[in-house]
Ligand binder design. Sequence first.
Ligand code: RB5
Length: 146
Amino acid sequence: MIVVASDHAGVGLKAQIIRVVEESGRQVRDLGPADESSVDYPDFAHLVAEAVAGGEAQMGILICGTGIGMSISANRHPGVRAALCHDAFTAEMARRHNDANVLCMGARVLGVGVAEQITRVFLDSEFEGGRHQRRVEKIEIEWEES
Ligand code: RB5
């Protein structure tokens, strides 16, 4: 299951990206919003991050104007590795080296064709493991009170 959400700036691109995920044969769930009425991006980032962190979804996709607010918000959730990707290369490396499980994109930054390509590459690329496994494990740290 792939969960997808946006804010008002990303609603149009979200529909196109959902179609790309469906065409790949994967199950997809649209977590909103349904129209372009103004909303707050963290509300939707948290919905997707909770679904991924809780194991209901294998991966998530988040779209806002720049992708920045979505990535900052989603990365507050332990176990979520949200990557803001701008092209096929960053999408591929986010999966191969960082085991990213949430793809963030900026609807005001990317053309539709590039966003669709990023999505396909992100979904189809595999984590390499090996030395990258150790590094990914070091992302999750327990902060000690001083
Ligand atoms: C909304 O205007 C915009 O701030 C939002 O879509 C996003 O770019 C935030 O990071």
